[in-house]
Structures are given as structure tokens and as C-alpha cells.
Ligand binder design. Structure first.
Ligand SMILES: [Zn+2]
Ligand SMILES: [Zn+2]
Length: 324
């Protein structure tokens, strides 16, 4: 649901220019009614323990308020508090507790829920059409089987970002595929803090790692070397995405880290290269070292984010070396 388009001020009846948030004649807020609804929705979501839904309502409210108002600042601090509950894991019990509280049937239902979420993007016509177009291009390059599985790897990676965004209540589009490039999701709003941005950025490679493990499982079961090639391509793709340049995930992943932590990651990548001789790791190590050198906006140290990043480098490197 979005805010209705209002053409006259509810208080003084003056005509409103499109897109204004306050009435120019009397100074009243234009979207008072919708803001009240959103505040109620956020309060009831929060008391029901649904932090993501509460965040979504507050984020929408923010788009309806002028930044210089008191309410705007109040909501910004509410969002910061709720958001830190998401990344401290307080909003969600750890996975083993969630699994054990579900029971066997619940686990099956949750699995189906995850599968349904993964398929969700394909329900969008744009995603499906761009997937088919990109598939056509890759098919002529690599054959249909490799093209299809590689695109699935990209898709799973992108859905990792979508899942993390929805945990933070940030609306996003389903992925759109671009031949020769990968896929993109467009954000309708942006993550508010460096930590949110970092968690959303690394969620893609984390799910991408999951795709790689899936290909490894298929190799173990079938013994076909095709799945090893698939697994290596997936590891390579996700290591590439960790490079902290341009709009790549690594840029967002290092946003919440300070100099020391970024330098530490450069060392981890260098070590991973020594062990595996995977060329992508040299580029990653150098880019991280440069990033550490050029960083001066030191944020509060985010050791969880640093651990996630380091774990990803190690796990993806291992994936690029399997079977040992
Ligand atoms: Zn007015
Ligand atoms: Zn990504």
C-alpha cells in the first residue's frame, strides 16, 4: 500500500503541488493520515515481535516526512534501534533453536517456504523475460546446461540480497538479469547504516556459497565432472563480487569495517591465494589492501562483519579447490 495522492491540504484546503510533503500555505504535513496508519502498523508489528515489518512501516513513514521535522529524527532513531536488533540477531533466535522448535513437519514447511521464496522472483514478468534473454546469450556461449546452472547461481546470490533487505524492511525489486554482466536488484530505498549496507552486501555471496555447496553435493552424488566446473565457476563469481570496488558487494561489505579490519581481510585473501593459487584472490587481496590504505572514515569496529567477510573468503577458496 502506498500513500494516496492528495491534491488539496486537509487542514486549510489550499492546492498542493505534486510531491510536496508540507502545505506551503499553512505548514501542515500532507500525509498525516497515512503517517498515523504507519505508526500504528509499526507499533503492532513490534509488539508481535515482527521487527522487519515494523522497520518497513517506519521506512515508508520516513519517505512522507520532510527531513527537517522532529518526527523525521525520531523515526530515524527508531529505525536505527530496530535495525541493530536485526544484525545483533536479537530479532531472530539462532537457527538451531528455530529448527528444534519447529519439529519435523515444521522443518519441511520451512524448507518449502524457502523454496517458495526462491521462486518468488520468477513470478515477476521482467525477471522471467530477462532470465530467458540472458539464458539465450549464455546458451550459445557455453551450452544450455552450464548456462542454466550458472544463471541459477547468480539468481540464488541475488535472492540472498533480497532476503537480507526484507529482514531490514527495505523494499527491493526482484532481480533483473543482464547478459554478460549478471543481475541487479533495484532498491526503492537505501539501507540506512553502514552495518545494514554491509550485511545486505555480504548476504549475496553467502547465499552464493550455498549454491556452490549445492553443486558440490550434486558432484558427490553423481560423480560427474560437470558439477565441479559449475562449483568452481560459482566460487569464482562470488570471489569476484567480494572485490571492494565499484558497486560490487565487497564495497558494501567493507563499509562497516575500520582500517585494521580491512587490512586483516587483505592478509586473509593473500594467505588464501598462497594456499590455492586462485588468481582472483590476488586481485581481491590487492584491492582490500588499497581499500585499507585509503580508508579514513573509520566507523565503529564491526567484528561480526569482518568475521563474515573472512569466513566467506576462506569458504569460497575451499570451494574453488574441491575436490581435494
Ligand atoms: Zn494547508
Ligand atoms: Zn551481489
Amino acid at each position: 500500500m502506498t500513500a494516496p495522492v492528495l491534491t488539496t491540504c486537509g487542514r486549510c484546503g489550499a492546492e498542493l503541488a505534486p510531491g510536496v510533503l508540507t502545505c506551503l500555505s499553512c505548514g501542515a504535513l500532507v500525509h498525516t493520515a497515512r503517517l498515523r496508519e504507519l505508526a500504528q502498523a509499526a507499533a503492532s508489528a513490534e509488539s508481535a515481535g515482527d521487527v522487519s515489518k515494523a522497520l518497513g512501516a517506519w521506512r515508508e513513514a520516513l519517505t512522507l516526512l520532510p527531513p527537517e521535522t522532529q518526527q523525521y529524527h525520531t523515526i530515524v532513531s527508531k529505525i536505527a534501534a530496530l535495525s541493530s536488533r536485526v544484525h545483533s540477531g536479537e530479532a531472530r533466535p539462532p537457527w538451531w533453536k528455530r529448527v528444534s522448535s519447529l519439529g519435523p513437519l515444521g522443518v519441511v514447511a520451512a524448507g518449502l517456504g524457502k523454496a517458495k521464496f526462491l521462486l518468488l522472483g520468477f513470478g515477476k514478468l521482467g525477471t522471467l523475460l530477462s532470465f530467458l534473454a540472458t539464458f539465450g546469450v549464455y546458451w550459445t556461449l557455453w551450452g544450455w546446461k552450464f548456462a542454466l546452472c550458472f544463471l541459477l547461481s547468480i539468481y540464488i546470490h541475488e535472492m540472498g540480497h533480497v532476503a537480507a533487505l526484507s529482514r531490514y524492511g527495505v523494499p527491493a525489486t526482484a532481480p533483473t538479469f543482464i547478459p554478460g554482466f549478471g543481475a541487479l536488484i533495484r532498491l526503492k530505498q537505501h539501507p540506512a547504516s553502514a552495518i545494514e549496507d554491509a550485511r545486505v552486501g555480504l548476504a549475496g555471496p553467502i547465499w552464493g556459497l550455498g549454491a556452490g555447496l549445492l553443486w558440490f553435493g550434486l558432484y558427490v552424488v553423481t560423480g560427474q565432472p560437470f558439477w565441479v566446473a559449475m562449483m568452481h565457476a560459482t566460487a569464482w563469481l562470488n570471489l569476484f563480487n567480494l572485490i571492494p570496488v565499484w558497486q560490487l558487494d565487497g564495497s558494501r561489505g567493507t563499509r562497516s569495517l575500520d582500517r585494521t579490519q580491512t587490512a586483516l581481510l587483505a592478509a586473509v585473501a593473500g594467505l588464501a591465494w598462497l594456499v590455492s593459487r586462485e588468481g582472483m584472490l590476488i586481485i581481491l587481496a590487492l584491492a582490500l589492501a588499497y581499500r585499507a590504505y585509503s580508508k579514513h572514515d573509520d566507523t565503529e569496529p564491526d567484528w561480526n562483519g569482518c568475521g563474515q567477510f573472512a569466513g566467506l573468503i576462506a569458504a569460497l577458496t575451499l570451494l574453488s579447490m574441491l575436490p581435494l
